[in-house]
Ligand binder design. Structure first.
Ligand code: 0A1
Ligand code: ZN
Length: 886
């Protein structure tokens, strides 16, 4: 915990390390009440930073109790080195030397879940970004790459399995029932990729033969009761390994690949070399306990961590400002993989809806930062939607500009040129430029400028000249520390439709030939026009197809034009998008009526559009489900200047009810048909089945709004008799949000009784209740915090209950009296002392105060100020709170 203000770290201050660590030899002695870590570091001066005298060596170290220290076998005494809360400094006497240290640490008391800690009965580590310094004194920075050997010693009975990175090379028994294993990782790596696990674990085993014919042993380690939930992750891993060979030419490089599931984990998972450590929620999945969404999440995260072996591990980051180098690229890679495994259009819709709702909000808030930030106080706060999701969009735009083939040439060059190195985002872009002979200098503004650009588009059709002009105006709002922005390169994919919905051939003024179908314009100026020639009829433009750039597009579409695009656009994403924009217009009209105290009247064109989609038997049911999903309250908040929480909720609920009434018959028909199929088929975790259940479930949630007896009966039946968590949880959620109290309480009790020993299922039980928008939400959440299955020490529980309440139950969280805010601030203050990373993430909803009316603004700010004054704050919480109040 910090006593003074945390220092600001700046990209412009980056300096290469003065010393390197060629070899790192670690020995861990694990005990119940302490752990001893011996480290031998074989070091030398960095030839790249040669000067006359040998500079002092400063090693990072936090919360370590130094027991012994030696330089080249010579024990050092107190006068030979300086210790601070965060470092150890000594003076080397030659250019090559060996440091031996022994430190004492207390993983058994580590509730921050960073460094070495205990999750239940097992030991595990989380070293990214700067956790290794809580394990031993070290140069804990990603540009210091070293060859590691690790010996782990522990009581055999409690910890029969002892794991670290690389391959096991020796093992043996000690006296007193202890044993040890030595692991050797042949690849140089930064300390953030180090991992250690010790526990009573069982493994699901399999193998994979790489493209060049090497056999790799695959193991997923879990606690014994979870062995039956690993099959889906194993199948996903094998698919990901094959896909990376085919799509990117990347083969796996060690003889063994291990995944370990742990219950207490701050994030989703971690790509440690050869030994990925996963939040159990990101690896365990079987039909009876995990929803379709959870299955898809497991597939995506397993792939994401696996892909890091190349984009992150073989080629890593020079410094943490380059975090998106590995994260943006790897998110793009995992999204391409998921698109290939499932429906590409549905995957794109989900990703874009997520980006626009959450990353755009971050980009408009006090923590806005560029994809390559300029400064930070606490790097843990920068594992953000901007670094990950917007970073992926930036790499995707490079692909759109270069084409798939050019992009692959660029990625091949990048991996070949930088294998074994710690590099920068500039290096990545340079590989793309060099492989394609292009100049991406202006494009790189996407890495340095924060904020979401607005793109205003206007049109002008000259019938007599058969010319159609599109004019684009881009501007990007100011963000903290960046008042003025320069124009971005915006790849704009578009098509033009004629009056019958057919694609017009596209020929720009001055071009010899027309192009048919979608084409990509590269916008580079603040204002720019493009003139299409030979245009016989007034066209309707389909703009930003596939969401080709992360911008806010504005074009004055009429509702009839949106309806037309919904039906005719050849781009599946844009068909959905037209439906969303139509729904946004209709909902904003209802919000206005609510605010004016008028009676609400729903534009019947929205009903007609949805009716047509429901009746379209040829349309992928997953697409039908996506179109039926109205824009979320969070998205409606994001696009409002000042969000009226109550009006948004009232308008959206009114629309849902009206849809349920008007489309009761087709909804019922599609629900029943799909429910019947679910009854007849065993659960399969595949796209077509996900699609069918998605439609079945959204139909049921609409139907229940009618409050009819036959729907209640069907819901209870689905809850009781379905064989999978997707249908069961959906039925539970529908009951929880319904007025049928007796059935709801019975189902909740029944569910908790059946699944009380499965923490991941209980997380879903907490979430469903946290999201109940009926009055009394805060009181229900407070009561659930006293449930025996709840604990603030487990990040999944915090997210499932408190996080879900503050982020998804907006009407209850934003209660006018500020009680939701006070509650959240209380939890942040408690968590600040237990787990700073989780505390800092949890407080995000408080930072969005600028979005609300003056009264709520004052209440939100008062809570931020209360947190600031609450005592010793972690650097994590301090950074977010102080920037939010600045
Ligand atoms: N690199 C991991 C995510 C991760 C990041 C930070 C962590 O602790 C602060 C833990 C995991 C990934 O992208 O999957
Ligand atoms: Zn990652």
């Amino acid at each position: 915990m910090r006593t003074e203000q945390p220092k600001v770290i700046r990209l412009q201050d980056y300096q290469a390390p003065a010393y390197l660590i060629d070899e790192t030899h670690l020995t861990f002695e694990l005990f119940e009440d302490r752990t001893l870590v011996h480290a031998q570091l074989v070091m030398r001066r960095n030839p790249a930073s040669e000067g006359a005298a040998l500079p002092p060596l400063t090693l990072h170290g936090q919360e370590l109790q130094l027991q012994a220290l030696a330089l080249d076998d010579r024990p050092l005494g107190g006068g030979d080195y300086q210790l601070s809360d965060e470092s150890l400094t000594l003076q080397p006497t030659s250019a090559a030397f060996v440091i031996d240290s022994t430190v004492l640490i207390h993983p058994e008391n580590n509730t921050a879940l960073e460094g070495l800690y205990k999750s239940g009965k097992m030991f595990c580590t989380q070293c990214e970004a700067e956790g290794f310094r809580k394990i031993t004194y070290y140069l804990d920075r990603p540009d210091v790459m070293s060859r590691f050997t690790t010996t782990v010693s522990a009581e055999r009975q409690r910890y029969p399995v002892l794991l670290s990175n690389g391959n096991p090379i020796a093992s043996g028994e000690e006296e007193d029932g202890r044993h040890w294993v030595t692991w050797e990782d042949p690849f140089r790596k930064p300390a953030y990729l180090f991992a250690l696990v010790a526990g009573d674990l069982w493994a699901l085993e399999d193998s994979f033969v790489t493209a060049s014919g090497r056999e790799v042993a695959l193991r997923i380690y879990v606690e014994p009761e979870n062995l039956d939930k690993c099959q889906h992750a194993m199948g996903s891993l094998k698919k990901a390994m094959r896909w990376d060979e085919e799509a990117y030419g990347r083969e796996y490089d060690l003889d063994i690949f291990m995944i370990v599931a742990v219950n207490d984990f701050n994030m989703g998972a971690m790509e440690n070399k050869g030994l990925n450590i996963f939040n159990s929620s990101a690896v365990l999945a079987r039909a009876e306990t995990a929803t379709d969404a959870a299955h898809q999440r497991v597939e995506a995260i397993v792939a994401h961590e696996y892909f890091h072996n190349w984009s992150g591990n073989r080629v890593t980051c020079r410094d943490w400002f380059q975090l998106s180098l590995k994260e943006g690229f790897t998110v793009l890679r995992d999204s391409q993989f998921s698109a290939d495994m499932n429906s590409p259009t549905v995957k794109r819709i989900e990703d874009v809806a997520y980006l626009r709702t959450h990353q755009f909000a971050e980009d408009a808030g006090p923590m806005a930062h560029s994809v390559r930030p300029e400064s930070y106080m606490e790097i843990s706060n920068f594992y953000t939607l901007t670094i990950y999701e917007k970073g992926a969009e930036v790499v995707r735009m490079i692909q759109t500009l270069l084409g798939a083939e050019g992009f692959r040439k660029g990625s091949d060059l990048y991996f070949e040129r930088h294998d074994g190195q710690a590099v920068t985002c500039d290096d990545f872009v340079r590989a793309m430029e060099d492989a394609n002979g292009v100049d991406l200098t202006q494009f790189k503004r996407w890495y340095s400028q924060a904020g979401t650009p607005r793109l205003q588009v206007s049109e002008d059709y000259d019938a007599s000249a058969r010319r159609y002009r599109l004019t684009f105006r881009q501007n990007c709002p100011a963000t903290p520390q960046q008042a003025e922005k320069l124009p971005f390169v915006i790849p704009l994919a578009l098509g033009l439709l004629d009056g019958r919905g057919r694609e017009l051939p596209l020929r720009l003024e001055g071009e010899a030939q027309a192009v048919s179908g979608t084409r990509v314009l590269a916008l580079t100026e603040a204002e720019q026009s493009f003139v299409f020639v030979d245009v016989d009829t007034r066209p309707l433009p389909s703009l930003l197809r596939g969401f080709s750039a992360p911008v806010k597009l504005e074009f004055p579409y009429s509702r009839d034009q949106l309806l037309f695009l919904m039906q005719h656009d050849s781009d599946g994403f844009n068909r959905w998008e037209a439906g969303q924009q139509l729904a946004v217009q209709v909902l904003q009209e209802l919000i206005g009526q609510h605010r004016a105290g008028e009676a609400l009247r729903l534009d019947p064109r929205l009903l007609d559009a949805l009716r047509a989609v429901l009746a379209d038997a040829a349309l992928d049911p997953a697409m039908v489900a996506e179109v039926l999903s109205l824009p979320s309250e969070a998205y409606l908040t994001e696009i409002s200047e000042v969000a009226d929480v109550d009006a948004i909720h009232a308008a959206r609920e009114f629309a849902r009810k009206a849809i349920a009434e008007a489309l009761y018959q087709p909804l019922w028909q599609r629900y029943s048909a799909n429910r019947e199929l679910s009854r007849q088929t065993a659960y399969v975790a595949e796209a077509a089945h996900f699609a069918r259940r998605a439609l079945q479930n959204i139909a049921l949630s609409y139907l229940m709004l009618s409050e009819r007896a036959e729907v209640l009966e069907a819901t209870v039946e689905q809850f009781r008799s379905s064989d999978n968590m997707t249908e069961r949880l959906n039925a539970l959620a529908v009951l929880v949000n319904s007025p049928f109290e007796a059935e709801r309480d019975a189902a909740l009790a029944d569910f908790a009784e059946q699944f009380r020993d499965d923490p991941l299922v209980m997380d879903q039980w907490f979430s469903v209740q946290a999201g109940n928008t009926r009055p009394g939400g805060l009181e229900r959440v407070q009561a659930l915090m006293r449930h025996p299955a709840f604990t603030l020490k487990n990040p999944n529980k915090v997210r499932a209950l408190i996080g879900a309440f503050a982020n998804q139950n907006l009407v209850n969280f934003h209660q006018g009296d500020g009680s939701g805010y006070r509650f959240l601030a209380d939890q942040v203050i408690t968590l600040n002392a237990l787990n700073p990373q989780i505390a800092a993430r949890l407080l995000a909803p408080l930072t969005r105060w600028r979005k609300y009316d003056e009264r709520r603004q004052a209440l939100l700010k008062a809570e931020l100020e209360r947190i600031l004054a609450s005592g010793e704050l972690s650097s994590d919480v301090y950074e977010v709170v102080s920037k939010s109040l600045a």
